[in-house]
Every structure is written in C-alpha cells, then in structure tokens.
Design a protein around this ligand. Structure first.
Ligand code: XMP
Length: 483
C-alpha cells in the first residue's frame, strides 16, 4: 500500500486533496492533557475518510469527539493480554484473546457518544473503540510493532475492509516513481553521491545511477573512522565490480584532527557531518560544480534527529549533523523508507547479497563507538577489537541473524593481571542486537561459547585491552550505538 507521512499541521483541505483512502494517527510521547500536546483540526472527522488512531492517536480521537482520557496512573508497558469484547471489522475473525504491545501512561476511560468499545485489558476498560458509521477507529495498543503478533492482520483489516485499499504498491512501482522524481529534480545537472559501502548509500547510488547514468559521480571518503580493510573492500566492490566512477578521498588526518579533544557525542556528530560536507564541496568543485548531493538518508535517521513532535535522540550525521551553510541541494530517494524496504529495493536493483545484507554501519563510524576523546591509538584498539568480534560472529553463523554486532571502547580503565604483571587497560564492550528497523532493538542472547571465544581473543590479540563486558540493554532504554 502506498503511504505518505504528513504533519498533523497540514491543512485538512490539502490532506483531503491528496485523496487518501484512509488516515492513521500515530502514537506520540506526549499526554493529551499537557500544554502543547499535538492535536489536529477536527475537520478531519468530517472529511468522509476512514480514520484509525493508534495509542496517542486513539486518545486524541476519544478526547476530540467527547470521550474521556484519564491520567489514571495505571499505565501498561510491554506484552499485554487483550480481550476482544465485540465484533469489529478491525479484528475480523481473529481470536478473541490475543497478546498486544502496550506503551501508555494515560488511558481512555469513556468512549465518545456513538462509539462502541470493542476490546479491553485487565487494566484498561477501553483498549479499542470504533464508530463504524463514521469509520473512525482507535486502538490503545501498537498493531505496527512485531511484538503484537496479529498486528499486521489488524492493519490489513483496516486497510482492506474499512478503507477498501488493494495491494498494488510494489517495489517495482516504488523504484519507477523514485527514478522519475530523481530525473525531474536534477534535470541534466551533475550529481555527486557519498558512498560509504553500507547498504543505504549503495542503494541510493544504484537508484540514482539508474535514473541519470553518467551524470553521477560517487565519492568514497576514508574518514579514518572505518573498520579494518573497509576502504579496500569498498573500492574493490564499486570500482572493479560495478565500474562506477568512484572518487576516493583520503581524509583520515582531517577527520581525526577535527575531532581532537572532543568528547561530547553531539559535537562529534556535528563535526563529522560538517567535515563530510566540506570534502564533498571540494570534490563537487572539481566536477563541474555539481549542485546536487545524493545521501542514503532513511526515515529513522530523520525521526531520531528530532522533528516537531519527536524528541531529538541523536543528530544523525546526514540529517541533524549537516552544517547550516549547506550549498548542495539534497537528493534523498530513500528518506521515506525503512531499512527492510531498502534491502528489498537493493535486491530488486541487482546489488550483490554481501552489500544488501551487510549489517548497518553508521556514517560517523568508529567515532560513535569510542566513548570520550578519539586518538589514533584508541582508534587502533577499537578497529582491531571490532575485527575480532565480526570474525567470530560470522564464524558462529550468527552474522545475518543479528541486526548489528560490534565492539565499543569505553573511557574507563581497570586493573587486571596478565603474565603475573599488573595491567591498567581498557575494557571492550560487546554489543549485539536484533531488530527489524532500528527504531527498537533487543539485546541478542549470544551463546556463552561465542562470548568466551571473543573474550579470549580480544584479550590475547588486542594490546591495550584487559577486560571484556557484554551489553545487555535493549532499545529503548539504550540506543544501539553508544553515542
Ligand atoms: P541508534 O544508535 O540511534 O542507531 O539506536 C540506530 C541505527 O542508526 C545507525 N546510526 C547512524 N547511521 N549516521 C548513520 O548513517 C549516523 O549518524 C548514525 N547514528 C546511528 C546505527 O548504527 C543503527 O543502525
């Protein structure tokens, strides 16, 4: 199904002019009772378009149409047993008892007049409500997360049975539309694309190449913050296997110098974002003053860098880390997609499996895995440690099951004893997570024997390391990277 994410501020007439078959109100971090809580013009309820409110969205529906949302103090977080109490197009033939994922503090305690309550939980009386006459629906739980096992079916019921949609939005049609948009945006101008070797920039480059061919020049920047042998691998794949016009900029000294003595994670991210752009500007000047810059920005990068209604978690180097005086016009063909969709697109575009299924690696590279200041010595420790972790994870056959697996270098040191000598050295933290889209993640239950092998190799093979720890934090409350 084709969908667009628009701001709740968009005038309702403009929203309706796009002829949506259905409108979904998302969840959000605020309470409907606080000042400045996100709201929407209530003309939306008179537009004749079916509406589904999720979590905060359901509470907003209840509040705006005359129901009651209470700050009861009885929140629900995590897996919760739901009881469907009344027949509903949303639940169709699904079991009356099912687990759903909840994450809310306020609760709907009374549905608006004309609504019926269709599901409850032990803690809340209104877990789903609807007014089929007006086609307005609300669910307190999150059907969109994998932890609600029947959630996709509930969404399908809304889309197929309530909105009358049909599944015609395929990857082929997404690619065709993206190609048309890229051509319309850049015309016959020169374009450069930052290529990191990761899946996002590779897919963005392949897509833009499909759209405008030789107008595109790809730039690979060796920031000095890369993993072991990464620069050679990227060059090999893109220049030799794909015959893509690739400019390789060796900028390690420049990045490491710009980061000298910088310990604050947000400052690191901004410095890296800006240094990337300065390098691209120099390359552009050598390429007929290319005015367009392709980035493999994904939707989660945008959300986490902070939007009007989403809190800023961290400035992704390619969004919040961009300098204010950016001269380029950005071409970001993946900015409405999540990583799983980008991988499907990569396969459709014929990219090799080892690129499409590579674990994500952030643009700021090892810099956001070295807590505190970055020095060539600390970079070397982490680079060697990371290579050990990746090698052992691959050897154990776990690489593709994990969203990411890597090493982190904290700022503390601890005392140890090796060969009867006292040591005072760094620990390495092993981080391994499973995830579907990086918005949430679970720490991976790595087998003890794999942890043991990684631990003993790290201590034996990486000078400067005398202890190994395993990070058992999910996201939330942690993030995947340490900075
Ligand atoms: P966090 O640490 O926020 O990361 O849980 C979510 C996903 O995004 C990657 N990441 C980045 N990727 N530039 C990128 O290209 C960045 O600045 C950046 N920061 C985090 C991270 O590796 C994970 O996959």
């Amino acid at each position: 199904m084709y969908s667009e994410i628009v701001s709740r501020d968009m005038p309702i007439a403009e929203m309706l002019a796009r002829k949506p078959k259905g409108i979904i109100f998302s969840g959000g971090p605020k309470s409907v009772h606080v000042e400045g809580a996100p709201s929407i013009d209530d003309a939306v309820y008179r537009g004749g378009v079916p509406i589904l409110g999720i979590c905060y969205g359901a509470q907003l529906v209840a509040q705006q149409l005359g129901g009651e949302v209470a700050r009861s103090g009885i929140g629900e977080y995590g897996r919760t047993a739901l009881e469907v109490t009344s027949s509903s197009a949303l639940f169709g033939e699904l079991p009356l008892q099912q687990d759903v994922w909840m994450s809310h503090a306020d609760s709907i305690v009374a549905a608006p007049a004309g609504f019926k309550v269709t599901a409850r939980t032990d803690a809340v009386p209104v877990a789903a409500l609807e007014d089929p006459e007006r086609a307005v629906y609300g669910v307190q739980f999150h059907p969109e997360v994998v932890h609600t096992p029947r959630g996709q079916e509930i969404l399908k019921h809304f889309l197929y049975d309530v909105c009358g949609c049909r599944p015609s939005w395929t990857m082929v049609s997404i690619i065709e539309q993206a190609v048309d948009q890229i051509r319309a945006q850049v015309g016959d101008e020169k374009v450069i694309c930052g290529l990191s070797g990761g899946v996002d920039s590779a897919v963005a480059a392949a897509l833009v190449h499909k759209a405008i061919g030789e107008q595109l020049t790809c730039v690979f920047v060796d920031t000095g913050l890369l993993r072991m042998n990464e620069a050679e691998q990227v060059e090999e794949t893109f220049r030799r296997q794909f015959q893509i016009d690739l400019v390789h900029v060796k900028a390690a000294d420049r990045f490491v110098e710009a980061l000298n003595d910088i310990a604050d994670p947000e400052r690191k991210r901004k410095i890296i974002g800006e240094t990337f752009i300065r390098v691209f500007e120099e390359v552009a000047a050598d390429h007929q003053d290319a005015r367009f810059l392709v980035q493999g920005t994904l939707y989660p990068d945008i959300i986490e860098s902070g939007t009007k209604d989403a809190a800023k978690i961290k400035s992704h180097h390619n969004v919040g880390g961009l300098p204010d005086d950016l001269q380029f016009e950005l071409v970001e063909p993946l900015r409405n997609l999540f990583k799983d969709e980008v991988r499907v697109m990569g396969e459709e575009l014929g990219l090799p499996e080892e690129i499409v299924w590579r674990q994500p690696f952030p643009g700021p590279g090892l810099a956001v895995r070295i807590v505190g200041t970055i020095t060539p010595e600390r970079l070397e420790i982490l680079r060697r440690a990371d290579a050990v972790v990746v090698e052992e994870i691959k050897r154990a056959g776990l690489y593709h099951d994990l969203w990411q697996s890597f090493a982190v270098l904290p700022v503390v040191r601890s005392v140890g004893v090796m060969g009867d000598e006292r040591t005072y050295a760094y620990p390495i933290v092993i981080r391994a997570v499973t995830s579907d889209d990086a918005m949430t993640a679970d720490w991976a239950r790595l087998p003890y024997d794999v942890l043991e092998r990684i631990s003993s190799r790290l201590i034996n093979e990486v000078p400067g390391v005398n202890r190994v720890a395993f990070d058992v934090t999910s996201k939330p409350p942690g993030t995947i990277e340490w900075e």
